[in-house]
Design a protein around this ligand. Structure first.
Ligand SMILES: Cc1ncc(COP(=O)(O)O)c(C=O)c1O
Length: 373
């Protein structure tokens, strides 16, 4: 809605895959900002403000900047500073607030992207508010966005038969948000505080980031990977986490959770600390914090001829598919980027440790598709 073909959009490297898919559809050139990632936990920390300003300075012809805020793990950054800086240069700000639809419910939570000055905000209402999966919202503020053009673009990509079930569930979520949301959120935040206090001496390091509804439990001290912890919690304690990474699990608490849920989690953690402590050492996997060289734009790469080659023979070639270790779900390679040994080594290691690698068609990771033209 903001770009024409061949225009540039500045975007955090750990953006959702849908952003690159949009670049393929609309022939937009993504300019990446490297995101910070905590090596101890693999928690995505968001972008660096100064680095982002430099990238804006070097790409003043960009039509928009698109940022994920907060990150999946609940980290935020000085979004207002970026909004002001981008606007000064006539660049619109789109925020992927997929994980932050609930932020407006309490002053104890970070400011919302709209409060921080974003022009377009897209929220996955279904993730953190009580609406059905798939239901989401787009919010527009100010006059930088041509609403008519945005509607036209949405009509191109959306079904012409909207679901009244999903739309009603959004209405219900808005009603709950307005009538009971603040009260439920304050209760939840109090319960989380108590949970942290109660569990500060267990074998788990608890990370409670800027968005206090997110809890990351590191299983390192227990000598267990996050994948093992995820399985144990589900199978022995009937607790389903949001995601597991190598170092721990992420829990998303919502206004649908009660004190009993957190008590049940506390009991599980205490029990596990007593019963499952292992001697094994959880080594650190060096996450490759580099942006690969771009040989082709996503769209050019998408429509080229491709061939499958043995994975180690692909080094130096142009990648034709996504390579996305999940979690965190960040694309290490996207179509059009030059494959490096560092990335392949990391992906193979992750695969051996039990991580899912999305995007790549060969699930055994023996082969990878490259551009053959
Ligand atoms: C940062 C981010 N943006 C966008 C999405 C996609 O949202 P949805 O699943 O509501 O389509 C996700 C995850 O699903 C996400 O993690």
């Amino acid at each position: 809605a903001l770009c024409n073909p061949k225009d540039k959009i500045i975007v955090n490297r750990d953006c959702h895959q849908s952003v690159i898919n949009s670049c393929i559809l609309a022939d937009i050139e993504p300019i990446y900002i490297l995101s910070k990632i905590d090596k101890e936990t693999n928690i995505q920390e968001g972008i660096d403000i100064e680095e982002s300003k430099k990238i804006i300075d070097n790409n003043l012809d960009a039509k928009a900047i698109l940022l994920t805020y907060p990150t999946y793990y609940g980290k935020t950054f000085e979004l207002k500073e970026i909004c002001d800086y981008a606007h000064k240069h006539n660049i619109a700000v789109i925020v992927d607030e997929a994980h932050g639809a609930h932020l407006g419910l309490s002053d104890r939570l970070p400011k919302t992207a709209l409060e921080e000055g974003a022009d377009i905000v897209i929220q996955s209402t279904h993730k953190t508010l009580p609406s059905f999966t798939q239901s989401s919202m787009i919010h527009i503020k100010g006059d930088r966005v041509d609403r008519q053009r945005l509607s036209t673009m949405l009509r191109i990509i959306e079904s012409s038969s909207p679901s009244y079930i999903l739309m009603s569930s959004l209405e219900l979520a808005v009603d709950i948000y307005e009538t009971k949301g603040n009260e439920l959120m304050e209760e939840l935040l109090d319960n989380i505080e108590q949970f942290k206090e109660k569990n500060k001496n267990t074998s788990f390091d608890i990370y409670n980031e800027d968005d206090k509804t997110k809890l990351f439990l590191s299983s390192k001290k227990l000598g267990m990977t996050g994948y093992e912890l995820e399985d144990l919690l589900r199978e022995k304690y009937n607790i389903q986490v949001e995601l597991a990474n190598y170092y721990g699990v992420l829990l998303i608490c919502t206004i649908g959770n009660t004190k009993e849920d957190l008590d049940k989690l506390s009991e599980a953690l205490e029990d596990m600390s007593n019963r499952y402590k292992k001697d094994s050492y959880i080594e650190c996997l060096e996450y490759p914090v580099v942006i690969p060289e771009k040989a082709l734009n996503p769209r050019e790469a998408f429509y080229k001829n491709k061939k499958s080659v043995k994975i180690y023979e692909s080094i130096g070639q142009i990648c034709a598919e996504y390579v996305i270790p999940y979690p965190p779900g960040v694309s290490l390679l996207s179509p059009g980027e030059v494959i490096t040994k560092e990335i392949i080594d990391y992906v193979i290691l992750c695969h051996k440790k039990g991580m899912n690698i999305n995007g790549i068609k060969d699930l055994n990771l023996e082969f990878i598709e490259i551009i053959s033209d």
